[in-house]
Design a protein around this ligand. Sequence first.
Ligand code: SF4
Length: 442
Amino acid sequence: MVLPGARARAWGAAAKAAQRRRRVDSAGGPPSPEPASRRAAIYVHWPYCEKRCSYCNFNKYIPRGVDEAAMRSCLVTEARTLLRLSGVRRVESVFFGGGTPSLASPHTVAAVLEAVGQTAHLPADSEVTLEVNPTSAPGPKLAAFGAAGVNRLSIGLQSLDDAELRMLGRTHSASDALRTLAVARRLFPGRVSVDLMLGLPAQQVGPWLGQLRELLQHCDDHLSLYQLSLERGTSLFTQVQQGALPAPDPELSAEMYQEGRAVLREAGFRQYEVSNFARNGALSTHNWTYWQCGQYLGIGPGAHGRFMPQGAGGHIREARIQTLEPDNWMKEVMLFGHGTRKCIPLGRLELLEEVLAMGLRTDVGVTHQHWQQLEPQLTLWDVFGASTEVADLSERGLLLLDHRGLRCSWEGLAVLDSLLLTLLPRLQEAWLQKSPSPVPGG
Ligand code: SF4
């Protein structure tokens, strides 16, 4: 699939225009003329990396060589097929993640965007994000991604300490990361996000805060803080298990998170989600779709999606997972047009549970309006209004239920997992009271 030059230039112009004017409001932008069932975000998974990071359990492969033309053609085919199956007419955002999608050629990114734009409406100012590893995309390549239609970058910086970067198995140094960040900001002003990890083995609060403060001297308007999750099967997990590295201390991690978010607040960043911070309105619309439980299509090996296929009766949403291994996925796409391995119908209660768990990750929470669109028979007041446990959480200043809806306070966002231990069972109970299951044999 070749992108015609004019189209590529149009995308480049669109990217520049988007960089100039695009700012997203807390509710995800102006209302779309299409109903929610006809709108979606698209996630595209590029499964290859140069090297395995020591902590990573994502679906990624370190290949000897990549047949990029075949991968490109399959990504294009699957995007077209899933758009057709879903009946989605308007694509609000596209996110190229991985793996290391900045190892792909800009031509591949352009071809996927071209296919999406031909099959559905992809507005010129849609957010198009590319994840970037600092060493995989020098300046001219970043500029070529911009010309291909990318208008936002998410840089996997992870740390500004070279010893930590080596422990994580990253291919870049702190100075590589800062250089890439400077180039990215010049090319995509106001639209560059950086990831910083916390809670690494042996990491201490003071030096980590020093990194965060240094990063604030260089970063753009979006920052994500991620706590290391030590995953079984990774080399970091083994090193900790064998005593070569100390286990991360959860109390120190919690302190880093609390202190870090306070530093960011002072610097004018809004914590709009548990791990995400933005200033000047530079929220990620793509991720906002996930947290609002909007529809999204997952394209590529191991990608996940959530949408309602056309003509699917009896349930309101399907969770889809694509085949993990790239060669097998490509064979399936060539045979069937898509590589969906698993398709799980979601009922209304499951959807409401997701709406609750995902919505409360954001500072807006779950609004009455959003909830009632999905469940007009059971309001947020019905579910939580009379609960003494919810009243207790409100009194402790962790949760708010009012005319806007249900949301966490700033303090509550930091302990969301523990709040959900109360809220999800309460929802299930209210759901059963509303629609009791038939008596066995009755
Ligand atoms: S670059 Fe990202 S996906 Fe690849 S191994 Fe490292 S953490 Fe995993």
